[in-house]
Design a protein around this ligand. Structure first.
Ligand code: B1M
Length: 211
């Protein structure tokens, strides 16, 4: 058992080994925060870098993210007990009328892997539901994913609803999805756009001045 083994298991997407080695590390007295910050997060950061440089592809990123999730399932209760500080809170969802959630889940996992707390509203999330979640959870970031050309307008509807509810300036809005571009993000007044899950954590940290 070593942090290096956990790092390698997450990087290679070996969920079984990631979980078993994480459990063994905990039993050997390694603090959960060390496993998270010295093995899991660096592994996912490397996965994101490899994805951005074209050396890893979506299926490999999904497999790595799942391995990370398995380790996180073991670590989460211990991290909560130890009150490990998160980088910030993110409310995320796929917009109204849109059922595509694979990319959104991947983005959520990468943000969680980077140290953010995630509140996932799922898919087909109405502007009202996003507004309600912003009021209830007071997140640092609101993430919206849209995959259909027919649902991208739900992003501007949601931003409009946030403005009308008086909470637009309380949260940074980040968006993404296959039909979304930086131009579109500028046009609808989103604070951040990431083309893929590999770059989303860096963009989120930049926006919050954490990078
Ligand atoms: Co749909 N679908 N689909 N589909 N589907 C697409 C999107 C489509 C391009 C296929 C095609 O025609 N070539 C097309 C959209 C065309 C368009 O509007 N331009 C399409 C269509 C038309 C439809 C239906 C209308 C089909 C029908 O019923 N006639 C229907 C709509 C249902 C609805 O949503 N209301 C439909 C249904 C479905 C399934 C349910 C069968 C399934 C979704 C299952 C699920 O998600 N649970 C599905 C799938 C799987 C696809 C494709 C094949 C794959 C999407 C995917 O998961 N990609 C897709 C074609 C394609 O993309 N090749 C297609 C992998 C994923 C990791 O990538 O989601 O792009 P992606 O996410 C990336 C980035 O975009 C970015 O990071 C992610 C990872 O790098 N990103 C963000 C995403 N969200 C982000 C948020 C961020 C930042 C980055 O910040 C918050």
């Amino acid at each position: 058992m070593s942090l290096e083994t956990i790092y390698e298991a997450v990087l290679k997407g070996n969920a079984k080994v990631a979980a078993a080695e994480t459990q063994a590390a905990i039993e050997a007295g390694v603090p959960a925060a060390d496993i998270l910050h010295q093995a899991c997060i660096p592994a996912m950061t490397e996965v994101g870098r490899l994805f951005e440089s074209g050396e890893k592809f979506v299926p490999e990123m999904l497999i790595a993210a799942r391995a990370m999730q398995k380790a996180l399932e073991i670590l989460k209760p211990l991290l909560v007990q130890a009150e490990v500080k998160t980088l910030g809170k993110v409310v995320i969802g796929t917009v109204a009328g849109d059922l595509h959630d694979i990319g959104k889940n991947l983005v959520a996992m990468m943000l969680e892997g980077a140290g953010f707390q995630i509140i996932d509203l799922g898919n087909d999330v109405s502007p009202e539901k996003f507004v309600e979640a912003v009021k209830q959870h007071e997140p640092d970031l609101l993430g919206m994913s849209a995959l259909l050309t027919t649902t991208v307008s739900s992003i501007s509807d949601t931003i409009q609803a946030l403005t009308e509810a008086g909470v637009r300036d309380k949260v940074k809005v980040i968006i993404g999805g296959a039909p979304i571009t930086q131009d579109f993000a500028n046009k609808v007044g989103a604070d951040g756009f990431a083309p893929d899950a590999g770059s989303v954590a860096r963009m989120a940290k930049n926006l919050l001045g954490l990078a």
